[in-house]
Structure formats: C-alpha cells, structure tokens
Design a protein around this ligand. Structure first.
Ligand code: SF4
Length: 330
C-alpha cells in the first residue's frame, strides 16, 4: 500500500495552569495515498489536534514534538517558516470545524477567492483566478455567478460548506483535511457533501482525511478508519474490516451505539462512563474504567498499537498474542 502521510512518535501537549494536557500521545501511523481515511473518536480524543500537526498549526499553548511528520516525502517538522507558508494550503489544506463561520462576513465570496489565491501564489490576474473559482464552484454544485457576488450571510449552511470545500481545492493540494464536514447539516445536504467528497477523491486522486465523532456518517465515504481514544490511535484498518469485525472494545462500543433504521432502537447500547480527563488519565489502558473486558494488568500496563505485516494490531491486551507473534516473525 502506497502511503502519503507518515506520523512517527507524534506528541502534542498543552501546558496549562492546572497541569499538562497530553492531547496526542506518541502516535505512529501511515495514511494511504489517494484514499479516504476517517479518524473517529469522542470529542477530546485528539483527532483534530493530530490532523493539525500536518500543517504544524496547533493553537497556543500547544507544543508538537515528533520524530517526524512526513507528507509525500517532505518532513513538516523540518520546514522553515517560509517553506511552511508555501506548503500550507498548496500541499495540504484543511477545512476546520464550523469553518463556514470563518468566511469574512463583509467581503463577497468572489473577493475572498482572489485574496486567498493571491496570499499564496503570485498570480495577480483576477480573471484567471475568477475562472478557477467558477470551475470549482460548479464542481461543488453551486451557481458560480450568483455565489461569487454573494456575501456569506446570503448563503445557507450547506452552501457555505461547499464554498469552503471549493476554497480547500483552490491551490490543488495533495491532501485535504475536513474536520466534522457535515455536522449541523441536514441529512440531504450531508449526502450531497459526501458525494462531492467522493468525486474529489475519485477524479483528482486527492487524499482525504475526515475527522468525525460519528463512525456511521464517515462510513459512507471512507476507505480506511482510525479510531482514537485519549490521544492515541487504538485501531486502524480498512473500514469494511472494522465494520464486519471490530476488534478493540472501544470500537465495538462505538458501533453498538449507532442507531439503525431496521433494528430495535432498544438494542442501542451507549459506552458506559465518560471520556477520560486528559489532565489526569487513568493508569494503564486509559479505556479500562469503561471496558467490559478489562483484566488486572489493563490497570497498570498501557497497550500500544503495533504494525504487523497485514496492517496494525489494536492497542489492547486482548491481542497481546498477535503482538508477540508479529515480533517473532520480524
Ligand atoms: Fe479493555 Fe484491557 Fe483492552 Fe484496555 S487493554 S481495551 S481495558 S481489554
């Protein structure tokens, strides 16, 4: 499998008055090239923070430390500020959560396209930029002429999200990150956003990284799924494999909590307990206070996600034998 993103021993911490929040803890993971990968987990699991490290853009007082973060062979951690300015949005772009609200309310969409383009490229011919904006707006199924003349408040939430997706493609990046791309949109708009994302991936081969708290929603479009808990990836595999046979008890819990139209709603079983406090994580496996399979050593030894010849072995002591076998076959 060809990969485009390589996280190696990535950590992100925030020093607060109350202590240090370890939002991302020693993540090592490869993301396949040209595919759609979804990272899911409850809020505070670290998915957005991990994705932000691809742009080296963690909000203050966050600090990234990593052996390396590679995107298409370039080490993001080693880039100068000048190189980073060019790299952001040209190589990797990100549509932040509720990004529609980040559109400038007093500037038309057309002017915002021109400003964004000129901030990153030397192109100053407004006609060329407008032509590109029209192509992209048509691509995301919007009426370009009307939208370019509009101010953000004249567009619906779904239209603004499509505008943000068009913005993310403006500089032809290799990777687009979308944080909760359909939250707060109705189901019909959600479907149309997902079909646009699928088309972007199929036709341009752009690698998409979707971040969501909703495992069922991203299943519509993702090829691969990573599950995050307390700042770590606990399971990573092809999405169908995970849906057919989830291994990590947390992944099993997430899937049991998904409502279904055809099954008895009474069978939905939420995961007991609450997400851990990142300032004071439980000892050992951070999921142990909520896990129905917890064993005594789960309280003292934290399991790690391990690479194997077939992919990854989940970060759970129930799979220690697989880890031992994988180590022996090396
Ligand atoms: Fe549960 Fe133990 Fe696995 Fe953690 S390591 S998920 S507590 S069985």
């Amino acid at each position: 499998m060809e990969t485009i993103i390589e996280f190696e021993n990535v950590n992100v911490s925030f020093s607060m008055r109350e202590g240090t929040v370890k939002a991302v803890r020693d993540v090592s993971l490869s993301i396949p090239k040209g595919k759609v990968t979804a990272l899911v987990g409850e809020s505070g699991s670290g998915k957005s923070t991990l994705a932000s490290t691809l742009l080296r853009m963690v909000s203050a007082p966050g600090k990234i430390s990593a052996k390396s973060i590679q995107v298409d062979g370039q080490d993001v951690m080693a880039m100068s500020e000048k190189k980073l300015r060019h790299y952001r949005w040209s190589e990797v772009s990100m549509v932040f959560q509720a990004a529609q609200n980040s559109l400038n309310p007093v500037v038309t969409i057309g002017e915002q396209f021109i400003e964004t383009y000129q901030a990153h490229r030397k192109e100053s011919d407004k006609k060329v930029i407008e032509k590109r904006a029209i192509e992209l707006l048509e691509y995301v199924k919007l009426e370009p002429k009307r939208v370019l003349r509009s101010y953000p408040h004249e567009l619906s939430g779904g239209m603004k999200q499509r505008v943000m997706i068009a913005f993310s493609l403006l500089l032809e990046p290799k990777v687009v990150i979308l944080d909760e791309p359909t939250t707060a949109l109705d189901v019909i708009t959600q479907d149309s956003i997902f079909s646009i994302l699928q088309k972007i991936n199929d036709e341009f081969g752009i690698t998409l990284l979707l971040l969501s708290h909703d495992i069922a929603v991203v299943a519509k479009v993702a090829d691969y799924l990573g599950v995050m808990y307390a700042g770590k990836i606990v399971e990573f595999d092809e999405i169908y494999t995970i849906f057919e046979q989830p291994k990590h008890p947390y992944t099993q819990g997430l899937l049991r909590a998904v409502p279904s139209l055809i099954h008895d709603l009474g069978k939905i079983k939420p995961i007991p307990g609450a997400s851990p406090n990142l300032l004071d994580l439980p000892s050992g496996c951070p999921f142990h206070p909520r896990c129905e399979y917890a064993m005594s050593h789960c309280k003292t030894i934290e399991p790690e996600l391990k690479r194997s010849k077939d992919g990854y072995i989940p970060a759970c002591h129930l799979f220690d034998h697989e880890r031992k076998e994988a180590a022996l076959t090396k």
